[in-house]
Structure formats: C-alpha cells, structure tokens
Design a protein around this ligand. Structure first.
Ligand code: SF4
Length: 225
C-alpha cells in the first residue's frame, strides 16, 4: 500500500508538471450539481453544460422541473444526449427528495459528515458512487474522489488499481492512495490526461509524461500480457 501511495504521489507530480495544479473555485448548490452530474453521463462537458443551461433557463425552480411533462423536460435537455432517460431520472430524483425532505433542497448536506452524506445520495434513484462523489467534491468541497471513465481507465493502465478492478471498487481503492489535499488535482488532471493523451482507443504512449510510471506501457514494451 505504501508503495502505491508513493506511486500515486509521483503520478500526481508528473501530472502537475504537465497541466498545473487545478483549484476548486466556488462551490455549486448540491442539488444543482447532482442534476448537472446526471446530465453529464455519457456526453461531453460542452453538451451537458448546454443541457443544464437550457433546463435552468426554461424552468425557474426545481418544482417546475418536477411538474413539467417528462417529454417536455426531455426536449429541453436534448443537447445532453440520452434525453429521455435523463429527464426521467432527474424527475425521479426530485420526486424522491421532495418526498423525503418536504422541499427540493439539498443544502442541509453541508452540515452532514461525508460518509452519511454519501450514503444518503446513493440511495436516491439512479445515483451511483461517481455521481455522489461529484456532489461531495464539487458542491460540498469534501475530499472525495469521483471515478469517471477517464480516471478509471488511466488508473488501471498505470497499475494504480488492478486491470479488472471495477469503477465502483476503484473509488475506495484510489481514495486510499491519496491524501485529502491530493484528491481534487488527481481527479481533474487524470481526466485531462485521459482526454488528451491516454485516450481509450489510441493512447499516445510515445509522448506521455507518465511513461516512467505506467504498467501498460511497460507491458507493451516487453510484450508481457
Ligand atoms: S504511457 Fe500510454 S497507457 Fe500509460 S498513461 Fe501514458 S498514454 Fe496512458
């Protein structure tokens, strides 16, 4: 474990040399972040931000989103893709929160410790560990690591987690390798690296600054599979 923690630290250092040290600037409202994260599933940031902006422009309140016909909400968020699925999911989440809390507001989570807050979020319909971690990190400012497709893929290739470790299990395994101060930069910089260099189908290993730390590259060089 200690060896892996040191490796994660070296990876973080190399990523910071390449992309700088990202800082969390301002926190979102927790419910707003939750909806934005649902909209971000299986699409680009540009598309999800566009869908989120359209949703907020059309409906002045979350109550209005919940009361609207599902097909109308789907049409509004169409730029984000999978609009029918996401509209239904957002309305289910809103309905559940209203039923539990009597209002559409999650700001009370600011006063809840991270683990119970995470446990609350993952019991909402369609909310998994990544979505919950995004709310904890970006809205509540907690040092909790979301593992998206880029973080998962690059971490496996680097050998920080096992080649067959699921994204769900990766949350706790990667979190254990990082200090609280490292979580935000690790998340953001690994996503940047996964988009620009360590792409799913065609990783640019030759120009990659993480080569010295990469198990995938080593396996390729020595033809060990
Ligand atoms: S060396 Fe290749 S596989 Fe390893 S992190 Fe870099 S791009 Fe990804």
């Amino acid at each position: 474990m200690e060896e892996m923690r040191e490796k994660a630290g070296r990876v973080l250092g190399l990523l910071e040399q390449a992309y700088g040290r990202p800082q969390l600037r301002g926190k979102r409202d927790p419910l707003d972040q939750l909806v934005l994260t649902v909209l971000s599933q299986s699409t680009s940031d540009v598309n999800s931000v566009r869908a989120h902006a359209a949703l907020r422009a059309r409906y002045p309140t979350w109550e209005a989103v919940l009361a609207a016909p599902e097909a109308e909400v789907a049409r509004t968020i169409r730029p984000g893709g999978l609009a029918g699925v996401k509209a239904g999911r957002i309305q289910c989440i809103l309905s559940e929160i209203l039923q539990r809390e009597g209002r559409l507001d999650l700001t009370f989570l600011n006063d809840v410790p991270s683990e119970p807050a995470r446990a609350y979020l993952v019991t909402l319909p369609g909310v998994g560990p990544k979505t919950a971690a995004c709310v904890l990190l970006f809205a509540l400012g907690r040092p909790v690591l979301p593992v998206d497709t880029h973080v998962h893929r690059v971490s496996r290739r680097l050998g920080l987690i096992g080649a067959t470790t699921s994204a769900e299990k990766a949350h706790s395994e990667l979190q254990a390798l990082l200090s609280e101060e490292q979580v935000f930069a690790f998340h953001l910089n690994l996503i940047t690296h996964g988009r620009r260099v360590c792409r799913a189908l065609s990783p640019c290993c030759d120009g990659c600054s993480l080569r010295p730390e990469c198990a995938y590259r080593s396996a390729d060089e020595y033809r060990v599979r």
